[in-house]
Ligand binder design. Sequence first.
Ligand SMILES: [Ca+2]
Length: 179
Amino acid sequence: MKSKKPTPALVALTAAFLVSISGYASATESIEDPVEYCAILVGKTPNGAITSPVLARACSQESPRQALEEMEAKAERTLPAQVYKSLDRVRLMTWFEDANYGGNTTEIYGDDGPCDTGGYRVEPDWFWKVNLTSVTGTDACDVGRFYTQQLDHSETRRLPTHLYPPLNDNVGLVRVWNG
Ligand SMILES: [Ca+2]
């Protein structure tokens, strides 16, 4: 059987394929740090404690919904059955890495009922202490008080809000409540 010479159409197709491959490679190289969506569940603040304990945490590079579902699954696996069944889960706020509610995000859920005038106190983890720049709330959780890492400066803001120096990328504690 004689070997066939590639037809012009095949050559064009192959060239197009190579172009698209190289285009794809350069596109992925430019995305060094894909956006990550996380969800954390915080519990009731114990008497005398400053912040609410983190009960479960999960992250996803797909969607906030997947992060939430994995957080729920983790809570179900790790929390005592009575505690898990009693959870009255409600979204408190969402943290964003960048201005204009962009970049990495973490949704914060509370298991101690909806945001009332007492609200919740949440300590950001190491990443958010040095990256938090904008915050959205909910209908119920509509006011936040933000403290610097040194806890020597704080500002109360209606949500959603942007953080400006000295609070931008420098947050040690967040309180949210219904105002
Ligand atoms: Ca930031």
